[in-house]
Ligand binder design. Sequence first.
Ligand code: PLP
Length: 356
Amino acid sequence: MTKKLPEDLVREEVLAMAAYHVADAAGMVKLDAMENPYPLPQALRREIAELVAGAAVNRYPNPQAPELKARLREVMAIPAAFDILVGNGSDEIIQILIQTLARPGAVVLAPDPTFVMYRIYALVNRMRYVEVPLAADFTLDCARMLDAIEEHRPALTFIAYPNNPTGNLYPEADVLRILQAAPGVVVLDEAYHAFAKKSFMRRLAEFPNLVVMRTLSKVGMAGLRMGYAAGSPAWISEFDKVRPPYNVNVLTQLVAEKLLLHADVLEQQAAEICAGRERLKAALERLPGVTVFASDANFLLVRVPDSGKIFAGMKERGVLVKNLHGSHPLLAQCLRITAGAAEENAQCLDTLRQSL
Ligand SMILES: *Cc1c(COP(=O)(O)O)cnc(C)c1O
């Protein structure tokens, strides 16, 4: 029997994809992935160690994660009339929403450039992915968004608020116009909510098809893999059918619940990260040929004279950032730099200067 090769059997959409690349960061100052640089206080670590020691890892997790949801509702001010969908990171929430709405020919709409997983999951699930280009300064072209909504009637629209990789928040009035015009589900991806402090969570009642999605990753729990979305019970109950029942594991449920009790610690860290970001921004702006874009997230988008050379020079000197050159025409010669702890930001600045 002759055996088939992967290219004979693997779906064309998958064959055409490149694997998601994560750079090796061993021993580096890691400023490429929007992680929180601060360790947890020692006392809190001990509490977590005890919790983990007592965890029933022989049992499946509670698929509804009731305690974790109750804590999220309280800490994140999720209104009582709305339900919560939990995910193994918000990446999985994106995947669940797309799988639920992937009728043949259905459209996913998003500004471009934006978070890459919207496109990947849309294409893997054979949805049509329609992109509306941002302006050269990364502001939203609201008129074009509204035209695209009119023309394509998207089942699902993603608005990253603030946007990744650009860091900016779109004007609230533009988002409201999109929410009014869109016939389908509109996801406000508030992954950077802790830094931007702006949210549509309180406006859920005004828009029946609004889903507000967040993650705990960027506030210090990237390793736990915990994301969530809030929306009307009618939508969330459909999405919940597609969710793998045990997607949020026992340890993640326990530890996330505990850390949410200490949201003040994480908030304080987020405030320090924002202050450091602004200091880094001011210093970078003084470098010749460097343009820094406004950010409401925990990273800066920076245009430099030669991003390939500077990326390599920084890496050689022990600092890892993200080179976005080649990922999108609007991102030519751009680096995305995560704001780290003060010492990391200083090293970032020094190595960038040395690599110019
Ligand atoms: C980081 C990020 C996510 C995904 O975060 P998870 O770690 O999967 O929870 C989602 N959306 C945006 C815009 C992001 O930047």
